[in-house]
Design a protein around this ligand. Structure first.
Ligand SMILES: [Cu+2]
Length: 171
């Protein structure tokens, strides 16, 4: 290999490495993770309120590396009347929210709270959820105990999986 192609090659390698480094930095900054006991909570978020909206929903992925099921049993935060755990059921073709006593996190598995499924329901907001801010929420698990998590408020138009959410709708 002559000197010129060596230099060219090292430039290419440097460019690739720089690219990988910046990609890594971006994904670390975006995918916020928090660990409590055997649980890992990833990317907690809440959709910003639209005018007149007094309730809101929170979502997060929970991974469990323990060999036994854990269970999210409650959530609390300031500035709301009440926080409930909800799921969505379909009753005669109509999607309805239902309170559940807890949300299981399977052994060596995960549960993903997301639009159209399990969510943390914030009822009676004293102030609307404002995009680009965070809300501290304390989650309580049966085995792992309590953990305080900052939920990121995403714009009202945010949809984490527009495609799959649409596919699950019944037309
Ligand atoms: Cu709900």
């Amino acid at each position: 290999m002559n000197n010129m192609s060596k230099k060219l090659l090292s430039n290419v390698v440097f460019t690739i490495l720089a690219g990988i480094t910046s990609l890594t930095a971006v994904s670390v900054a975006r995918a916020t993770e928090q660990v409590v006991g055997d649980l890992k909570l990833t990317a907690p978020w809440i959709r910003a309120s639209v005018p007149g909206q007094v309730n809101g929903a929170g979502y997060v992925q929970i991974d469990n590396k323990a060999g036994q099921t854990d269970r999210l049993i409650s959530a609390t935060t300031n500035g709301v009347n009440r926080v409930e755990l909800h799921t969505i059921i379909t009753d005669n073709g109509v999607a309805k929210m239902r309170e559940v006593p807890g949300i299981d996190v399977p052994a060596n598995g995960a549960v993903k709270l997301m639009p159209g499924g399990f969510h943390i329901m914030f009822l009676g907001l004293s102030t609307p959820f404002k995009a680009d801010t965070t809300i501290p929420v304390t989650l309580k698990f049966e085995k792992a105990g309590e953990v305080k998590v900052d939920f990121e408020i995403k714009p009202a138009t945010f949809n984490p999986s527009a495609k799959s959410a649409h596919a699950s709708h019944k037309h």
